[in-house]
Design a protein around this ligand. Structure first.
Ligand code: NAP
Length: 296
């Protein structure tokens, strides 16, 4: 074959397949060397999944609230790794600075979500958003009879009213732009089961679940999918506050058929799945991520 023909064919191949695909062919080729057929098929499948994931998340913009710590922080990082432009919104500036240091492409916005008007302004300034993860949340343990009004206000403000507020601004933008989108509200299994000393937390998450249903009902026609994830315990700062004491943790663990609490990454997996095209007909769902807790 003549050199010029070979060059034309190579250029044609690059044009049709794209540099990114060629990169993945090389990665896959190198990974499968010396592997058994079974290992090869697993590696090919994994690389295919990574390519598909990357493609659908690239060029999109995601807003993640409560992204300074815990589940929100890991969600922001995962989405950024998938090629999404992530806006991380949270309260503590140092957390946001350290996130930015870790992944410089992430845009950070400091915001106190209890401030309704300021939150609206800051979310409006963020502009067009394709994916919203309403994750920020707080808790304070108290017996029902002892709950103080300021704690009731604070938990409802962050866990419910801020979800409402942020989603209203973001969804209005999605409707105006006629581009659709996906919203995941981070709820909890506490919305579905009563937990001692969690009166306000349980009520706030039940409100999030029902809000998710109504948002799904009204926003579906605008191609905006809305779901919640409902995890059981993960030992983040919030989780440790409620579940570090073995006297509380052990009975809870005994009710989880899988016999353990969650890894944060397992919640992030569910969030990313609900945002993805793989969940294109999953809408209005409160998705438990709980190792079978709700069956017990
Ligand atoms: P976390 O580690 O305590 O992180 C919560 C994040 O939300 C922090 O970055 C926090 O910022 C931010 N935040 C809280 N109040 C805020 C406010 N008023 N304005 C702005 N940002 C605020 O908690 P997590 O465990 O990751 O929880 C994340 C979500 O998952 C919550 O909705 C929670 O209810 C839900 N969830 C958690 C568990 C669990 O076991 N961990 C289980 C089920 C559901 P600051 O630290 O600066 O306040």
């Amino acid at each position: 074959m003549r050199v010029s023909t070979l060059k034309s064919l190579t250029l044609f191949f690059v044009e049709v397949v794209g540099y990114r695909e060629i990169f993945w062919y090389i990665v896959t080729y190198k990974n499968v060397q010396g592997k058994t057929p079974r290992e090869r098929s697993i590696i090919c499948g994994q690389n295919l999944a990574r390519r598909m994931d990357n493609k659908q998340f690239q060029g999109k913009k995601a807003l993640v609230t409560g992204a300074g710590k815990g589940i929100g922080r890991e969600t922001a990082k995962r989405l950024a790794q998938l090629g999404t432009h992530v806006v991380a919104l949270s309260r503590t500036q140092e957390d946001l600075d350290s996130l930015k240091f870790e992944i410089p492409s992430i845009e950070i916005v400091q915001c106190e979500l209890q401030d309704w008007d300021c939150t609206r302004r800051k979310v409006q300034e963020i502009g067009a958003v394709d994916f919203l993860v309403n994750n920020a949340g707080v808790n304070k343990l108290d017996r029902f009879l002892d709950v103080k009004k300021e704690d009731l206000d604070c938990i409802m403000n962050v866990n419910f009213k801020a979800v409402f507020n942020v989603a209203q601004v973001v969804a209005a933008g999605m409707v105006d732009r006629k581009c659709g989108g996906a919203i995941v509200n981070v709820s909890s299994t506490a919305s579905m089961r009563g937990l001692e000393e969690h009166a306000v937390y349980c009520a706030s998450k039940a409100a999030v679940d029902k809000l998710t249903h109504v948002m799904a009902l009204e926003l579906g026609k605008h191609k905006i999918r809305v779901n919640s994830v409902n995890p059981t315990v993960a030992l983040t700062e919030l989780g440790r506050m409620a579940w570090s004491d073995p006297a509380k943790a052990d009975p809870m663990l005994a009710r989880i058929p899988m016999g353990r609490f969650l890894e944060v990454s397992e919640i992030v997996d569910a969030i990313v799945f609900l945002l993805s095209d793989q969940a294109s007909m999953i809408h209005g769902v409160n998705l438990p991520v709980e190792g079978g807790l709700l069956t017990s």
